[in-house]
Ligand binder design. Structure first.
Ligand SMILES: *[C@@H]1O[C@H](CO)[C@@H](O)[C@H](O)[C@H]1NC(C)=O
Ligand SMILES: *[C@@H]1O[C@H](CO)[C@@H](O)[C@H](O)[C@H]1NC(C)=O
Length: 188
């Protein structure tokens, strides 16, 4: 079928527009794939003794007020795959908890859960929430393979003994690992 020059030009323009549109789509919006994780782990908190894994870094302003309002404790809790001393180390929960209210459980907590070993090595969850005997923390972000993480960690102190306890962490999150090319090179 014969095509008039004018028609040919408009077909060319439309085709060019579609190709340009597809190119800009593929370069500005790489394919990403959200993943879900459900994982139960156990944080071991040791408050005293030579093996303690937390330290009060800011004492309460009013030392005679036994609520300890204002105290800040820096923690490096070990995160294990079982609530026993010989559990396999999966991560460390590094950050601070601040006494931000009068009740015993009013500890505002801000943590990086830094994974190590075979799964998620070097990746992190960023955590915020209140640490009472039980409750929930928010997963507000992540890094590495756990990029763009969002979710919750239900936590509960299941073994409480002075000076240490084990806290069960029921993790439920969605995350989006960085898109990679066929050569496993990040494309963003
Ligand atoms: C410190 O705390 C004690 C006990 O709660 C209280 O009686 C006292 O007034 C507080 N002191 C100041 C300066 O707030
Ligand atoms: C985890 O990463 C560290 C630092 O890059 C590395 O030294 C270690 O061998 C890694 N461990 C595993 C199990 O991949």
């Amino acid at each position: 079928m014969a095509t008039t020059p004018k028609k040919a030009l408009s077909v060319l323009l439309v085709t060019g527009f579609i190709i340009g549109f597809m190119v800009s789509l593929s370069s500005s919006c790489p394919t990403r794939c959200e993943k879900e994780i459900l994982w139960t782990l156990f944080a071991r908190q040791i408050g005293g003794g030579t093996n303690r894994n937390q330290e009060q870094s800011v004492p309460p302003v009013n030392s005679t007020d036994n609520t300890r309002f204002g105290a800040i404790v820096t923690n490096n809790w070990v995160v294990l795959d079982a609530p026993v001393p010989a559990g396999k180390i999966v991560a460390h929960a590094r950050g601070t908890h601040t006494k931000a209210g009068p009740a015993a459980g009013d500890w505002f907590t801000s943590l990086s859960i830094v994974f190590e070993g075979a799964r998620f090595n070097g990746s992190t969850f960023q955590i915020m929430g209140i640490t009472d005997i039980g409750g929930q923390w928010a997963i507000v972000g992540g890094t590495g393979e756990l990029a763009l993480a969002q979710g919750t960690i239900k936590h509960k102190a299941i073994i409480q003994a002075d000076p240490e306890n084990y806290r069960q962490l029921d993790i439920h999150a969605f995350y989006t690992p960085q898109a990679v090319s066929g050569n496993a090179i990040a494309i963003e």
